[in-house]
Design a protein around this ligand. Structure first.
Ligand SMILES: [Zn+2]
Ligand SMILES: [Zn+2]
Ligand SMILES: [Zn+2]
Ligand SMILES: [Zn+2]
Ligand SMILES: [Zn+2]
Length: 360
């Protein structure tokens, strides 16, 4: 079990560290050093959170799967063993006792029903004629009568009017005005042709059922029945959260003296080695959550002290229990770093001014 060194022990270790570099100081005397704890703390919790949901299921056809599932009578109290490891995901699909049933589909007979599109007639109304696809029912239907049957000559013109510059496609005798070589060869002057879909009958096979009148009922998948049941699903999902107080980023901590503790229950007491601040953080994180059925809490703690020596404001010291002895690290103080930063900025500014002056 790792122990926490006392403030005295740490200050003595820093004294040894400083005197090894030549300058002897007495830090344990009052006012010689600013001492503060900046300990490292990590607390991570994995909760297994359970949800129980009931739904009414209705599936096409005869379903065999629900009959093979375990049953329950009251989902809320139905016992299911909790996961050994809260990080594991679990899902139980159950069937409520006595709810599994088969219903006949009311919209069809044996999976087939009247076609909706043609209302079971098998056919649809269809125009008997369509516009001619060559002359589009326009003036080219017949150069003599425009497809009206009344030649222009009788309306005051003597000869067929051939559009200027038009090539001379083969023309046919007009069925309307009886003139030769004036009519559209496709519709023979009638402007429209027989509908190819219904061949002029006025009724075409239904596009949906192709004339079959009855179609498969998609609602029941063509089976004519449904399987119904009440389903209960119990899921256990891991939720992970953590809180931490990290060491300063420039410190690389190497030690085996971490205080470690694992807690597995909601009422487990927090370890005594935590400082008040960490205790508060952990207490807030570890409040029991809705649906929590299991937890694993891992706590890590390493006492870390920060020491500023009054007579040497340029440096600060960090100390923590190491593998053999207390490890002491020396770092430039914030004041020192700020001073250095200003010095660098000043140099950059001077260089810029000089460079600009010379370039002018
Ligand atoms: Zn049906
Ligand atoms: Zn139809
Ligand atoms: Zn038609
Ligand atoms: Zn004509
Ligand atoms: Zn035509």
């Amino acid at each position: 079990m790792a122990t926490t060194p006392s403030r005295e022990e740490i200050l003595q270790a820093v004294e040894r560290h400083v005197s090894r570099r030549g300058a002897g100081v007495a830090l344990t005397s009052a006012g010689a050093a600013d001492f503060s704890w900046q300990s490292v703390f990590e607390c991570r919790i994995v909760r297994s959170v359970e949800r129980r949901e009931e739904t009414h299921r209705r599936e096409k056809g005869r379903q065999s799967a629900p009959a093979k599932r375990a049953t329950y009578t009251d989902l809320d109290t139905h016992p299911v063993p909790p996961p050994g490891d809260p990080a594991r995901t679990q899902r139980f699909v159950l069937v409520r006792e006595g709810t599994l049933d088969e219903l006949v589909c009311e919209d069809c007979e044996g999976g087939r029903k009247d076609c909706d599109v043609c209302a079971g007639r098998g056919g649809q109304d269809c125009p008997r004629h369509v516009e001619c696809e060559v002359c589009h029912g326009g003036p080219d239907a017949c150069w003599e009568c425009d497809g009206t049957g009344h030649p222009r000559s009788r309306r005051g013109r003597k000869t067929a009017v051939r559009p200027q510059g038009a090539e001379e496609p083969e023309r046919a005798a007009c069925r309307r005005c009886r003139r030769p070589d004036v009519a559209c060869p496709n519709c023979l002057g009638e402007r429209q042709t027989r509908c190819p879909v219904c061949t002029g009958s006025g009724t075409a096979p239904c596009t949906a059922c192709k004339g079959a009148k009855r179609v498969r009922d998609e609602a029941c998948g063509g089976t004519g029945r449904f399987t119904v049941w009440t389903e209960g699903v119990i899921t256990r999902t891991p939720h992970t959260e953590e809180t931490k107080v990290s060491a300063p980023p420039f410190l690389r901590i190497r030690t085996d003296k971490w205080h470690d503790r694992t807690l597995n229950t909601v009422d487990a007491e927090l370890p005594g080695f935590l400082e008040d601040e960490h205790h508060k953080l952990a207490t807030r994180l570890l409040i029991a959550r809705d649906g929590e059925i299991r937890r694993r809490v891992t706590i890590r703690y390493l006492p870390l002290a920060r020491i500023a020596v009054r007579t040497d404001p340029d440096r600060v010291y960090y100390a923590y229990p190491g593998p053999d002895d207390i490890v002491v690290c020396r770092r430039p103080s914030k004041e020192r770093l700020t001073a250095l930063a200003w010095a660098v900025l000043t140099v950059i500014a001077l260089v810029t001014v000089v460079a600009l002056t010379l370039l002018r």
